[in-house]
Design a protein around this ligand. Sequence first.
Ligand SMILES: NC(=O)C1=CN([C@@H]2O[C@H](COP(=O)(O)OP(=O)(O)OC[C@H]3O[C@@H](n4cnc5c(N)ncnc54)[C@H](O)[C@@H]3O)[C@@H](O)[C@H]2O)C=CC1
Ligand SMILES: CCCCCC(=O)O
Length: 488
Amino acid sequence: MAFSTVNKEVFGSEEAFATVKDLRVTFDSGKTRSYKWRVSQLKALFDLTEGHEKEIVASLYSDLSKSETESFIQEIAMLKNSCQAAIKELKHWMAPEKVKTSLTTFPSSAEIVSEPLGVVLVISAWNYPFLLSLDPVIGAIAAGNAVVLKPSEMAPATSSLLAKLLGEYMDNSSIRVVEGAVDETSALLQQKWDKIFYTGNGRVGRIVMAAAAKHLTPVVLELGGKSPVVVDSDINLKVATRRIIAGKWGCNNGQACISPDYIITTKNYAPKLVDALKTELEAFYGKNPLESKDLSRIVNSNHFARLTKLLDDDKVSGKIVYGGEKDESKLRISPTVLLDVPRDSLIMSEEIFGPLLPIITVDKLEESFDVINSGSKPLAAYIFTNNKNLKEKFVMNVSAGGVVINDTTMHLAVHTLPFGGVGESGLGAYHGKFSFDAFSHKKAVLYRSFFGDAPIRYPPYTATKMRLLKALVGGGILNIVRAILGMS
Ligand SMILES: NC(=O)C1=CN([C@@H]2O[C@H](COP(=O)(O)OP(=O)(O)OC[C@H]3O[C@@H](n4cnc5c(N)ncnc54)[C@H](O)[C@@H]3O)[C@@H](O)[C@H]2O)C=CC1
Ligand SMILES: CCCCCC(=O)O
């Protein structure tokens, strides 16, 4: 019986092995390689998304109290766009890429063939549990792989909905959902995969990479980090403030890997920035933001306690200039801004991943580059400035997964840009064709004929052959003519 999910109580190594075996039989049959199969499964993903929007919104509300607007724009619409782009571009993505050859192999032709890797594993996170589960699956299917999806147990309603819908809509002989937590994920990680795509934190990312190493399995790690926002003083402050708020509290109440984690601005400009943040935050979320239906709650009591600990750190005592309200019974923390936070405070030592926004101040804005580069490389980095030189310096001197000038997070809406980290913020990338490439082997193919078999290639090696070989390797027809004429 082909089933799309497994009973969480009994999923151990044996079941994981059997699941991979089933999918490998399907993959080896060649079924997932055809354009027809790939498009049919991408259309099925699109249809299940379009046909169940209300249930998806409801599951995201259940898991995170995520607003319908955020659920629709940031999960449903983004997933549908990704699906439609893959369907539209797939023929082009699948076509072998013709490449130039050289005189050395004349006569010949060459191409790069994108080949599916085989049976792949996608492990997802809880904060965008629908989008981050299925967007990598789009790449896996588009590239012709069989795929197992393991959603995060920290978003149980969405995890169950994914299992139900993929079971109903998808070809379960090649696409499975395995629900569960650490035990089930560990059982899956013991198996031999042809690629593992993990979204989550660096601690688990290391566990994934260590498990993959046993089988020499390649991985993509979509991790996180402290994404900085540098704010210059020569800007449209109202627009900049609204965009910072939209990227922070407008993305799952700051529980997003690309959300601004902290701001750097000058000591002189900080008061103006704080005032603007206060004005726009009140305009967005009202005088009682804990009551706002436009803000997600904190995912669970562990993360609520983690964020509370950041606020209780003596080093940030008296630094809260806006917000700080909490309601543990509802797992809600209001948008909170802290000013002049010490660099050695807890909040500056780890990814915040929540609704707290510390501002650190410098004398000269150029100092911000050293501040950023003194930490591990972030997933994203943002700067608001009209200074051309500063923009160029920022792009060239700040290493991050992605960079945005005069906005936040919007690079994710551009599918022609790769989305991924660097250093501790991630390994590999996806979105658009980068998703197809992430799940493909790029096979080199050279076509030769029997015509033009050059004796120069074979022993006995002579001085003449050596001259010709050197000329050939040196390239350029003149070299070769000179060699033939014995002039070199
Ligand atoms: N780059 C990106 O696209 C994203 C990155 N993130 C990052 O993820 C972090 C927050 O998400 P998390 O709470 O970490 O997600 P999480 O706690 O949901 O873990 C992700 C997955 O790892 C599995 N897992 C957890 N512990 C494990 C263990 N010991 N062994 C095997 N598997 C295990 C879970 O079952 C889950 O499926 C943040 O650092 C955030 O920046 C989150 C979303 C997107
Ligand atoms: C707006 C969509 C964001 C998804 C990835 C993240 O930041 O967690």
